[in-house]
Design a protein around this ligand. Structure first.
Ligand code: GLA
Length: 394
């Protein structure tokens, strides 16, 4: 992203495109995210422990005097527009997210003006770092400000989540939008996806979060994701019959309860549910370990999480497994796991700060030699969630 900290480049693009150098822009930005632990637990009402990262989507918007939204994406070098008064398009490109957010906000605020809007970002797309949640929350934050609406970050996260589910047709959980909205610099966010209560845990300065993007994306991700959602729902029905307590989500099942009845479940359902039940336990333990500064334990739990995702939940792939294996052989690594939906995308590793460079180089070389694909291996600073960067009166 060729955008200085003050956003002046983004503003310049907007002025060049839309003219009128004196008009003011609202600017907002939102980060990408990686999830340290809690894989496929969010849509089971469970626990997650993600961080917002220092890759961001930036947006500049300026109210117009009609009801048109005219948008330009610097990433795609493409301009598109729609009217807030026309019926929604079936748009599935970058504009679909912007349109979804704009329409939802405008529905609750009749008569808001259209906007000129420019978007740019450096969250890798399709890599499992939530570039879509980042775009949703950057848009929502900018329009919330430009239209003088009063939504809280939690409400904007919920709005983004609904847009994601409707537009993309994936029955995803709330994790991505929530941490993109509410993440905090140098802190991991422990989120209870049922109650949406959260707590922030400070990250130890001696450990860095390192992301390896495998740069592969296998086709079946959306259908496999919805299949896992359905298998968990099937497990919930069976467990509700088998256990005396009410089970409305896998979150309601403790490890002891699961182990008491697991033999009565069909094999695939048992494996899927088992992963979620153990993973919820690991997330809670990881949060405690962060609190007591036991970073080695957090790393171990991350590695156990990967095994569950690979063997029981079956959402990993050879490229992700290879990275986790190579990383695991490096002394400075405390733990690694796939992050995001799976079937490609990224691995997140906990690495001793002083050894990040040799770690990255070793993983890069090994992965390239094994797959012929150049990965991106980069340390991430843990960053703040979505925010307004400049208000109209600035
Ligand atoms: C994707 C979804 C999230 C979550 C993860 C798996 O990133 O968007 O809601 O389910 O997969 O943990």
């Amino acid at each position: 992203m060729d955008d200085g900290d003050d956003g002046s480049d983004l503003r310049k693009i907007a002025v060049e495109l839309f003219g009128d150098g004196d008009a003011e822009f609202v600017r907002a930005s939102a980060p990408g995210r990686v999830n340290l632990i809690g894989g496929h637990t969010d849509y089971n009402d469970g626990f997650v422990l993600p961080v917002a990262i220092d890759r961001r989507t930036e947006i500049a918007v300026r109210p117009r005097d009609d009801r048109t939204v005219r948008a330009y994406s610097a990433n795609f070098d493409e301009s598109r527009d729609f009217s807030l008064d026309s019926s929604p398009s079936e748009e599935s490109s970058w504009l679909g997210y912007i349109e979804g957010i704009a329409r939802k906000l405008a529905d609750g605020a009749p008569g808001v003006p259209g906007v000129d809007l420019v978007v740019d970002g450096d969250v890798p797309m399709g890599g499992g770092l939530s570039s879509s949640a980042s775009l949703e929350l950057a848009t929502a934050t900018a329009l919330n400000e430009a239209w003088n609406l009063d939504y809280t970050p939690t409400e904007l996260a919920d709005l983004g989540w609904r847009v994601e589910r409707e537009f993309v047709g994936v029955e995803c959980g709330i994790m991505d939008q929530f941490v993109v909205a509410l993440g905090e610099r140098d802190h991991a966010l422990f989120l209870d996806c049922r109650t949406r209560n959260y707590e922030r845990y400070s990250l130890d300065g001696d450990v860095r979060v390192v992301v390896t993007n495998t740069n592969v994306e296998h086709e079946l991700v959306d259908s496999a994701y919805n299949e896992r959602v359905a298998q968990c729902a099937e497990g919930v029905e069976l467990l509700d019959e088998l256990l005396s307590d009410d089970v409305t989500a896998l979150r309601d099942v403790s490890v002891a309860e699961f182990e008491a009845v697991e033999d009565e479940l069909p094999e695939t359902i048992r494996e899927r549910c088992g992963h979620v039940v153990y993973e919820n336990e690991r997330v809670r333990e990881a949060a405690n370990a962060l609190e007591t500064g036991e970073m080695g334990r957090v790393g171990e739990l991350m590695s156990e999480s990967h095994q569950g995702l690979r063997d029981s939940y079956e959402v990993s792939c050879p490229e992700l497994d290879f990275v986790v294996e190579v990383a695991g052989d490096i002394d400075a690594e405390l733990g690694s796991r796939m992050t995001g939906a799976g079937f490609g995308g990224c691995v997140v590793s906990f690495v001793r700060a002083e050894s990040v460079e040799p770690f990255a180089e070793t993983v890069r070389e090994a992965y390239l030699a094994e797959t012929g694909i150049e990965p991106d291996v980069f340390p991430c600073a843990v960053a703040d969630g979505a925010r307004v960067e400049a208000r109209l009166e600035d």
